[in-house]
Structure formats: C-alpha cells, structure tokens
Design a protein around this ligand. Structure first.
Ligand SMILES: [Zn+2]
Length: 268
C-alpha cells in the first residue's frame, strides 16, 4: 500500500509525502516548501523530520526545490534522487554533488520499491516524470511538462494511481495580461499542460491502466481555477469525481491510499 499526502502544489511550491507501508519508508516527491514548513507538516502528522528517508526531485526549479534547502539539507539525512539532466543546474544552485544520487532506468530504493524515471519536455533540461512501484502498487507522476508524448502513455500503463499537472485554462492564459514571451513559453510545447491536454492524457492513460485515484497538480493561480477544471471534466460526461482530486497551493489534500489491484477490485 502507498499513502499519498499532497502537501501543496502550484507555482509557489510543490511537495507530496508518500508513505510506503511494507518498507515503513517515508518519501517526499519534490521539496518545494521551505524546510520549516516541511518539518511542520511532518510533525503535524506525528512524524519526526528524521523519518524522511528519500526525496525524489522532478527537476531543479525553485518551486520544486525551495531555496531554503540549499543550506538546511545538511541537518536532514534524506537521500536526494535526481535526474542526470538536472545535476549541473542543481550544482549551480549550491546543492552538494555528494548529496545527489542520479536515478537509473530502474532505480531501487529498497527491495520492495523502485522508481522508473521518464524525461518529459520542459524548458531546456526537461522534467523527470516517473512511476514509483512499491510492493506491486504503481504510482505515476508527471508535472511540469509541455506536451504528452506517446512514450509517456506507455510508460504509465498499469499504474494504479496517477498525479498529473493541469496547469492552465487556454482561454484564461490567452486572455491574461502576461507578456507574450511568457505565454509562448507556457503554451509552446516545453512549458506546461493545459486542462484540455491533461484531460486527453488522463483518458489515454485510463485506457491502459486501472486508475483508483487521479490527482490534478500545479494549477496556475492566475490562469486556472478548480471550478473551471471541474466544469471541463463535467462536460466530458463520464463521472470521474469519485476518483479525482484537485491539489491546491494553500491546503493539503486529504490523504489517500493506493492499494494492490486485487484488493482494490474486491473492495469494489
Ligand atoms: Zn513547477
């Protein structure tokens, strides 16, 4: 079983706590909240900060690795798992090379847990999407990507839960007062996914996987909102509401549990 606890998601900081039951292991996906806020989040859940064993970094942007970590990391004992593409930028930001472990194609965290990273298009060096497999349960994660390639859909086949960004509403983006270069960067294929692109991706992944849970990540505060996203999904006709959650910047999502397929099927 995997417990997923999205602490925050959006351009001001992304962080999700994942508890791996069989290993009794605590993993953080992205460290975009300050060390202080992260510590408070752990403590409010009855967890010691020393219990955090692994951090998986999707990429090196500040909303995924808060600046405060550059200094604070010394007093934490976690292993920082990074994609090879991000090592140089992380070094430039001041992260100690000795602290980073580069993820391999099948990157083992323990006997029961491994990560399979998959680089997706985002700015110059891309983002590491990945599948985290623990004791037969598979969690797919994809944030900060400009478009969805066929290879990502096949990478995510048979995931039991999926977290993917639904960053902006196209009309809100085009109607915003943002400068043209920024709109181009976001919509140009190496920026972020629109609500429409996220819907298409989820429908394609749902055709090759049995999704117990879907989380929409990284909603733009300026060019998106949960009501707009919900309306888009409602228009499709299929009722996804029982399985779907929309992560927000300022409030953690209610924690949910991903179970093995057989257990999920017998509980209906
Ligand atoms: Zn981001």
């Amino acid at each position: 079983m995997i417990d997923v606890d999205v602490l925050a998601s959006g351009s001001r900081g992304n962080a999700t706590l994942v508890r791996l039951h069989r290993d009794n292991m605590l993993v953080l996906i992205d460290a975009g909240l300050s060390p202080r806020r992260t510590k408070l989040a752990l403590e409010s859940r009855g967890l010691a900060y020393s219990a955090l064993q692994h951090v998986i970094l999707t990429h090196d942007d500040g909303d995924h690795l808060h600046t405060g970590w550059i200094r604070a990391m010394r007093s934490w004992s976690f292993v920082l798992h990074v994609h090879a593409n991000h090592v140089n930028a992380l070094q430039r930001r001041g992260v100690d090379t000795g602290r980073m472990v580069i993820m391999s194609h099948r990157h083992e965290l323990s006997e029961h847990t491994h990560i399979e990273p998959h680089l997706v298009p985002h700015d110059d060096t891309g983002t590491a999407a990945f599948v985290l497999t623990h004791d037969g349960v598979r969690l797919g994660w994809a944030t900060d990507l400009g478009h969805v390639e066929d290879t990502l859909i096949s990478h995510f086949s048979d995931v039991d839960a999926l977290a993917i960004e639904s960053n902006y509403d196209r009309d809100m983006q085009l109607g915003s007062d943002r400068p043209a270069f920024l709109i181009d960067r976001i919509m140009g294929g190496r920026g972020h996914l629109s609500n429409r692109q996220a819907i298409d991706a989820i429908e394609r992944i749902a055709a090759v996987a049995s999704l117990q849970h879907i989380v929409l990540l990284h909603l733009s505060e300026q060019c998106n909102c949960p009501d707009v996203v919900a309306a888009k999904w409602k228009a499709i006709g299929t009722d996804w509401s029982r399985r779907m959650r929309i992560a927000t910047q300022h409030q953690a999502l209610e924690r949910f549990t991903v179970t093995e397929r057989a257990a999920a099927m017998s509980s209906g």
